[in-house]
Design a protein around this ligand. Structure first.
Ligand SMILES: Nc1ncnc2c1ncn2[C@@H]1O[C@H](COP(=O)(O)OP(=O)(O)OP(=O)(O)O)[C@@H](O)[C@H]1O
Ligand SMILES: [Mg+2]
Length: 646
């Protein structure tokens, strides 16, 4: 049925025409063998601007730019298509209105069944928009690359899925020290500490990022030169549109400074806690020591009086000596407690450390025993320091004994001193000024970090209960601080210890030396006085009274300031008041103030175990340090009465 076939052919032909014409996104048209336009479709019309009637029969080179025409591109295109069976390119083409558009062009040759070239099929696509989009993308990528490249505070770089570095910015170069050429292609695990590498941290980081969409951490990382730094690290996975992992973006910041600031803050907090703790223990110990002092005073005073009443019975005297020794050991302990509680009643005077050390060498050698050699390296001309000479000797002895205990097999102990001008930011953290540093060094067992950190804590000892009090170093520290200095300990396990006692040099203006009156061994029984003794502690009061009566004086006892005032009002002829300072309701100083107002010529002697006296009147009152012996009391009384009469 030929007609049906023809019909089919016609409708086939028609279908193709309709189809081609319906294509609006592609220009689909034919050229004859010479390049003249032989057919035209809607797409071609749409983006080239010509109606079919205007263009059919015209040469296709008119779609090209003058520059391309000048180089003969249109002819070459047909030639290539003819020879190679296809020509494909992208380039600028010209519309009817003269404007240009970016075209993608394919030209295929059309041959008859015998193989002769009869024309060309040409398919053109307007890619102007796509090209513009691509250009925008390229520009923004370039901008982005420039941006990332020029960031110096953050290391921003990429890894491939296996962790190899694929890009590197200036920040990375600055923070980690590698040039791009040195690091691109290397595995990023080299930025990790060896131990972290062994633990598989780098791999875990990538796995976490891939699994959870992000990995973030602060940790130590290693620079090219091997030094380490605190890094804040973020790793994000990068995926393509299909979700396939194509690499990782890594941003690293150097937070070493922030970490250092955090650490300094933490240290300061710890130091504050520690000082609050010491302060609390100090309050407690100081309080106990104060009461203890009173008790010992009573014990020692009574023993002294007893000694005079006992006939020459050697056995009784030996027992008495024992008791005195025991009480004196207790007094030493009390002194240490008061000292670490910074409640020592210091008698600061200019002290020449060279003299002090020289004067003590013999005593030191004796007290630390054989097997330990004492070397002294103290220059002769050191500036004097202002401190309490007796306490300073005790401190030096404490340090020397610690050194001895650290060298059970013997060794040498080096006592040295040097003057040093301390500036701001000095390692000792002392306020600026001139200091003398007295140091006691041993090559003994030393201390591990933990022991060193606690060595200055009150009651901390490694020597066992009953052996060490743990008050040696706190005493030294207390003295140093009360004198405006510090105790600095340096030690390493197995390498020995150096204890440095930093003391401020005495102010040349303070240098008038305090006259020292030597203690008369036997109490002087010159005159008889009438005395009011005031103390809230009956034991102490009784003891003071006994000592005074033994000296031949007449004593009125008062257990409070108010009682003392009552006695003064009723009794004529009182020569002196001896009062405890620390009493409830009315302190010794308050009592003294009232007395000064009412009986200005009546002297008041203040007995005190505390360093902290109120200023004003309290500072100028004659004082008697507790615990006192009878001759101390006699001497203080003499001085007060001399001042009154003299
Ligand atoms: N030179 C030193 N070498 C090694 N460790 C020391 C040294 N000096 C002090 N220490 C350590 O510090 C601790 C505290 O010392 P501290 O002088 O305060 O008390 P102590 O010596 O134990 O007791 P005490 O002084 O009453 O004998 C010691 O127990 C010891 O562990
Ligand atoms: Mg000690």
């Amino acid at each position: 049925m030929p007609s049906a076939v023809t019909n089919d052919l016609v409708s086939d032909h028609e279908r193709y025409r309709v189809l081609v014409n319906a294509i609006t996104d592609y220009g689909v048209y034919m050229l004859d063998a010479e390049g003249r336009v032989a057919s035209w479709n809607t797409g071609a019309q749409r983006f080239k601007g010509y109606e079919a009637s205007e263009i059919l029969g015209r040469h296709f080179e008119m779609f090209y730019t003058p520059e391309d025409r000048a180089t003969g591109l249109p002819h070459r295109a047909l030639e290539t298509a003819g020879k190679e069976g296809r020509f494909e390119s992208e380039g600028w083409r010209v519309r009817k209105d003269g404007s240009r558009f970016w075209a993608h062009v394919v030209i295929d040759p059309i041959r008859d069944p015998a193989g002769a070239l009869i024309g060309f099929a040409k398919i053109t696509r307007d890619l102007t928009e796509r090209r513009a989009a691509a250009e925008t993308l390229r520009q923004s990528e370039q901008q982005f690359r420039l941006l990332v490249q020029s960031v110096t505070d953050y290391a921003i770089y990429m890894l491939d899925p296996q962790g190899q570095v694929t890009s590197w910015n200036v920040g990375a170069e600055r923070i980690k020290g590698y040039l791009p050429a040195e690091i691109i292609g290397q595995h990023f695990s080299r930025f990790y500490l060896e131990e972290d590498q062994r633990k598989g941290e780098p791999q875990k980081a990538l796995e976490t990022a891939a699994r959870e969409g992000r990995f973030e951490k602060e940790a130590l990382r290693v620079r090219k030169d091997g030094s380490s730094f605190w890094a804040h690290v973020v790793i994000d996975p990068i995926r393509d549109e299909s979700g396939l992992l194509i690499g990782f973006a890594k941003v690293t910041r150097d937070i070493t400074e922030r970490k250092a600031a955090e650490r300094a803050l933490e240290e300061a907090r710890q130091a504050l806690l520690q000082s609050q703790k010491i302060e609390a223990i100090g309050q407690l110990t100081g309080g106990i020591a104060h009461d203890f002092n009173n008790l010992l005073m009573a014990v020692l005073g009574s023993l002294e009086l007893l000694r005079r009443r006992i006939p020459n019975d050697p056995q009784a005297l030996r027992l008495l000596d024992n008791a005195v020794q025991g009480a004196e050991r207790g007094a030493t302990l009390t002194q240490r407690m008061l000292s670490f509680a910074r409640r020592q009643d210091l008698k600061p005077r200019p002290v020449d450390l060279a003299d002090l050390v020289r004067g003590m060498t013999h005593l030191l050698e004796r007290s630390i025993g054989a097997g330990i050699f004492v070397e002294v390296e103290v220059p002769a001309h050191l500036p004097p320091v202002k401190s309490d000479i007796v306490q300073l000797e005790t401190a030096l002895l404490n340090l020397a004994i610690n050194a001895r205990d650290a060298m059970p097999g013997g060794g040498s102990l080096i006592i040295s001193a040097r003057a040093e001008q301390v500036g701001p930011g000095h390692a000792s953290r002392l306020p600026p000024g001139l200091y003398v540093c007295l140091s006691v060094a041993d090559h003994g067992e030393g201390m591990d970090a933990e022991t060193l950190a606690r060595a200055k804590d009150p009651f901390f000892t490694t020597k066992g209960i009953g052996k060490g009090t743990g008050l040696g170093l706190p005493m030294v520290q207390g003295l140093a601080e009360q004198s405006g200095g510090r105790l600095v300990l340096k030690s390493c396990k197995g390498e020995g210890t150096t204890a440095e006692l930093w003391l401020p040099a005495a102010d040349p203006n303070d240098l008038e030396s305090v006259e020292e009156s030597k203690a008369p061994e036997a109490p002087a029984r010159s005159r008889q006085f009438t005395i009011v003794a005031v103390d809230d502690d009956p034991l102490v009061l009784m003891n003071t009274t006994a000592m005074l009566e033994d000296l031949g004086h007449i004593v009125f006892e008062a257990s409070s300031g108010a009682e003392a005032l009552g006695i003064l009002r009723s009794e004529r002829g009182v020569d002196c008041v001896i009062s405890d300072q620390s009493m409830p309701r009315m302190t010794g100083v308050q009592l003294a103030e009232i007395i000064r107002a009412k009986w200005p010529r009546l002297p008041v002697l203040l007995a005190t175990g505390y360093a902290e006296l109120p200023g004003g009147v309290g500072r100028n009152l004659p004082k008697l340090a507790k615990p006192f012996r009878q001759h101390d009391l006699a001497r203080a009384l003499d001085r007060v009465m001399e001042d009154k009469t003299g």
